[in-house]
Structures are given as C-alpha cells and as structure tokens.
Design a protein around this ligand. Structure first.
Ligand SMILES: [Fe+2]
Ligand SMILES: [Fe+2]
Length: 192
C-alpha cells in the first residue's frame, strides 16, 4: 500500500474510533478491496482510496443515533468533508484532488434521498458505493448490520438479496459485482 494511504489511515483512525462501533472494520475491509478494484478495473486510486479511507470519518462528530436516520446521514457527510479537508491538507495532497474528494464525501450517501444518477455518471463514486454496499455481505459487515437493522440472519440475507440498490444503482464494475455475489453465497450457506 502506498505510504500516503497508510498515513491517511493513521490520521483517520482516531475519528473512526469515536464513530460507530463497526467503522474501523468497515474501513479496514474496504481499503485493500478498493486497491484491488483499481488495479483490475484501471481506476484512479488517488481518488478512490482517499474517498474510501475518509468517507465516514464524520460519524465521530455527530450525535450517537441510528446511522440510517436521514439527518444523521446528512450531518456525517458535512462533518466528514471538514475533517477530510484537514487530513488531506496535513498530507499536502493535491488541491485539485482534495476538492474532488471533498465533493465525493459530501454526496456519498445521496442515494438515501433518491439520487441514483450521480453514481452512474462517475465511476469513482459508483465503485465507492458498490464497495460500501458490498461490505454488508462480508462476515463482519453482515453481523454489524443485523444489529443496526434489528434483523435476524434470514431477514438480513433477504434485505441484501432484494435490495433496491441492485436495480436502482447497478454495480459499476464486474469486479465488485462478483465480489459481492461470492460474499452473499457464503452468507446463504450459513443460513442452513
Ligand atoms: Fe457514509
Ligand atoms: Fe461507509
């Protein structure tokens, strides 16, 4: 992993430790997967990686409440932009890229308000949201979301299997689609 991403991660970690209980493992899973996708799909890691590493830092500075509530979502994106800017400035990250990453963070959960188009128009944002979603099918993500959504294993599996995302924001790359499907198969095996 490039040194700048490790440093970014170190600077982001204290925020994640103050965020939701699942946040550290969420980011630890997403980082290496995002790098692999960049290699396989020839995507710009200098945008995707910072977006992945920094997107949820804002949960550190919002009141502890249900993370799916719309006002909490809005607040974590706004707080996240400011924290990300500080971290990227500290790393002397390219100004142009910093602005782009700030924009991505400011809209990363906009699907919750019915905005699906932004993810289809931008491969970085589309791949990001695919990975953010796929995490819920990983062993740790699945358990974390069962708690948050108060679902049992079967219900959580159905939630993923029939999620609107799959229709409204189809996977941007085959790489993440395949990854998600293989995780979901594993979760299905655990049902019986
Ligand atoms: Fe988020
Ligand atoms: Fe996330």
């Amino acid at each position: 992993m490039k040194q700048v991403y490790s440093k970014m991660c170190d600077l982001a970690k204290p925020y994640y430790e103050k965020g939701r209980p699942m946040d550290v493992s969420h980011i630890e899973w997403m980082m290496p997967e995002a790098l692999l996708v960049c290699q396989k799909e020839d995507l710009d890691d200098s945008l995707l990686l910072p977006l992945v590493i920094l997107h949820d830092v804002g949960y550190a500075e919002v009141p502890k409440d249900h993370p799916f509530k719309l006002d909490v979502r809005r607040a974590h994106m706004a707080a996240g932009v400011k924290i990300a800017r500080r971290i990227l400035e500290q790393l002397n990250y390219s100004k142009e890229k910093t602005e782009k990453i700030e924009y991505y963070i400011s809209v990363h959960d906009n699907w919750a308000w019915g905005d699906n188009e932004i993810y289809k128009q931008d491969i970085i944002l589309g791949t990001f949201t695919d990975l953010d979603y796929a995490w819920m099918a990983t062993p740790k993500g699945f358990l974390a979301l069962m708690k948050i959504l108060e679902k049992n294993k079967q219900e959580m599996f159905e939630f993923l299997k029939t999620n609107d995302k799959l229709v409204l924001r189809p996977f941007s790359t085959k790489t993440v689609k395949d990854l998600y499907e293989s995780y979901l198969e594993d979760r299905q095996k655990e049902l019986f």
